[in-house]
Design a protein around this ligand. Sequence first.
Ligand code: V47
Length: 363
Amino acid sequence: MEALIEKEGLSQIYEKVIQGKRLSREDGIRLFKTQNLPVIAFLANIIRERLNGDKTFYIYNQHINYSNVCKNLCKFCAFGKEKSSPHAFEMTLDDIEDEVKKRLNEPIREIHIVGGCHPDLPYEFYLEMLKRIKKIRPECHIQAFTCVEIAHIAQIADKSIEDTLKDLVDSGLGSIPGGGAEVFSPRIRERLCPEKLSGQGWLEVAKAAHRMGIKSNATMLYGHIESIEERLDHLIALREAQDETGGFLCFIPLAFHPKNTELESISPTGGVDDLKTIAISRLMLDNFPHIKAYWIMLGTKVAQIALSFGADDLDGTVLEEKITHMAGAETEKALSRDEIERIIKAAGRIPIERDTLYNEIPT
Ligand code: V47
């Protein structure tokens, strides 16, 4: 492998990886321009195994998308709809309770909740949602509302981000999912999601949460109109925020699904870009403990291979995810614990069931 690394002109990067030194923006660009996938996998796998050995994490979780009504209407999103759209939906608090009650017989560890930025749901709706779920399933960790939703909820309440987070935590919020980050570049946001919270705003909400002891995840939506440089700027902004707070649990590169969006003319990402992006994320985000290959977006086959490209987490059992499936994903809607474990073992890794905070669940 050393000979191949030298042939690709990646010896300096290899040295940095071996010595645990931080990679620069230029290193990241260099890696994206490298066509030799096995070399990139080899480099990312060094960090993956240094941090997590052969462990591959998954969680028994349930997704609830409470409403797709959204005032932002981002061009890459097939999920968000205007209130008047025939495809808009809103779950009532009773509907949400029913969704949770339906699966009380399953050992669900986490309920993952994401919606749109609904123009007129009241503040109490969000607090009550958390309280009701917590009453039915007190042992379950609730990971809810992206940084974008939290900024929106704070605006509805006319409260600071900190006061809003305090109310949400008092009602049952455990941590924050990584959505809404997209690509932080103002150029991309102006073109694809001008109504959305800015990249800076997203980072401010995440850091405020971390300062209050609330952990969160981070994502990057890639494979649309962003440049390689913009991807790296996004990763470096996350790395700097993590240096400041240490509050990110994991990073999830989200592969863009164009179907039913305003960007339908863009081709879906290929396996090469998916794997490269996972690997380069692992290499750049040296201070993130985990990199997730989200099988819902990647498909189980690419997600399985990603376990040799730096990823150490496959997400979970999921069930009822709507955001990717409304944008044309042809993946299954759920995996059983046995299926996830089989995928991990067949990749030569050790499956570890975890809770949201990456505590290992004893078997
Ligand atoms: O914020 C929207 C993205 C996100 C599309 O934190 C799209 O563990 C692809 O963030 N194609 C929501 N992606 C999902 C999300 C997530 C998923 C799984 C785990 C975690 C976690 C977070 O989905 C949105 C947006 O960035 N998205 N439309 C699309 N057409």
